[in-house]
Design a binder for this molecule. Structure first.
Ligand SMILES: NC(=O)c1ccc[n+]([C@@H]2O[C@H](COP(=O)([O-])OP(=O)(O)OC[C@H]3O[C@@H](n4cnc5c(N)ncnc54)[C@H](OP(=O)(O)O)[C@@H]3O)[C@@H](O)[C@H]2O)c1
Length: 254
């Protein structure tokens, strides 16, 4: 098990899917974890589920929209007053949509870019300040990108381009934060079973296409992505920064 003793961590989009599993592994490793999301009931339930399996209460929820600067300033103030430090940040919150370029309204383009890309800049900037001031030891940011950031998919031009930008932004952030002892990496999941992909996976054709096009022949589980995110966040990855870890079951090589 990875060791996150004496670690304070934030996971955005922690109320479901990959974020929830990531928060769970961090807490099981000994971290105190702040679960961030817009829907309070979801993050409260996730925190309760995580705490249920632990002897000490490790998870708390904080309602915030990662595209909203004031919300993120409140989150930074909450962490400062409750913990004083921040060591690990997982920028996981994200969303998708389906449209061709010609059919897409500019507002839909903006919604995807703001949620998937601008939020990573905003949260890293506001919480990065706290991480810079935090005591020495393992300090890491992990941004959740996507296989689609490597290979454009049909009818997700806004999503693909936002995730390609997250991979590149990660490298820029890694360069800027290295002198503060903060490592920054991204993880690019392939297809995993979460609420984000639930609609698509209901279609037999879509699931069969994933099985056919993936070397491992199956859809991934959220914990299989979370395992890699938490590795990148841990001290076991102490010499890794500015990297993207592709966790796609072998889609790109197929
Ligand atoms: N599942 C896959 O196959 C797959 C593949 C590649 C990449 N990814 C990436 O993995 C990440 C996690 O996705 P997932 O698959 O686990 O889907 P998910 O279960 O839908 O998780 C996304 C979470 O982000 C939160 N969120 C969305 N917009 C937000 C905002 N503005 N502010 C705060 N929280 C927000 C959502 O909660 P609220 O709506 O309550 O805020 C939700 O809990 C995303 O970045 C996604 O793009 C997933």
């Amino acid at each position: 098990m990875l060791n996150f003793k004496d670690t304070v961590a934030v996971v955005t989009g922690a109320g479901s899917g990959i974020g929830k599993q990531t928060a769970k592994i961090l807490a099981q490793g000994g971290a105190r974890v702040v679960l961030v999301g817009r829907t309070l009931s979801k993050i409260n339930e996730a925190a309760e589920e995580i705490n249920n399996g632990l002897t000490e209460q490790a998870a708390v929820s904080f309602q915030a929209d990662v595209t909203n600067e004031a919300d993120i300033e409140d989150l930074a103030a909450f962490i400062k007053s409750n913990y004083g430090f921040l060591h690990v940040l997982v920028n996981n919150a994200g969303t998708s949509g389906k449209s061709t370029i010609m059919d897409m309204e500019a507002s839909e383009w903006d919604r995807i870019q703001e949620t998937n890309l601008k939020s990573v800049y905003l949260v890293s900037k506001k919480l990065g300040r706290l991480m810079m001031e935090s005591d020495a030891g393992n300090k890491a940011i992990v941004n959740v990108a996507s296989l689609s950031g490597h290979k454009a998919g049909a009818k997700i031009p806004h999503y693909s381009s936002s995730k390609a930008a997250v991979i590149n932004f990660t490298k820029a952030l890694a360069l800027e934060f290295a002198s503060y002892g903060i490592r920054v990496n991204s993880v690019s999941p392939g297809f995993a079973e979460t609420p984000l992909t639930a609609e698509g996976l209901k279609k037999k054709r879509f699931e069969e296409a994933i099985q056919r096009n993936t070397a491992l022949g199956r859809v991934g589980k959220p914990e299989e992505i979370a395992n890699v995110i938490t590795f990148a966040a841990s001290n076991e990855a102490s010499y890794m920064t500015g990297s993207d870890l592709l966790v796609d079951g072998g889609w790109l090589i197929s």
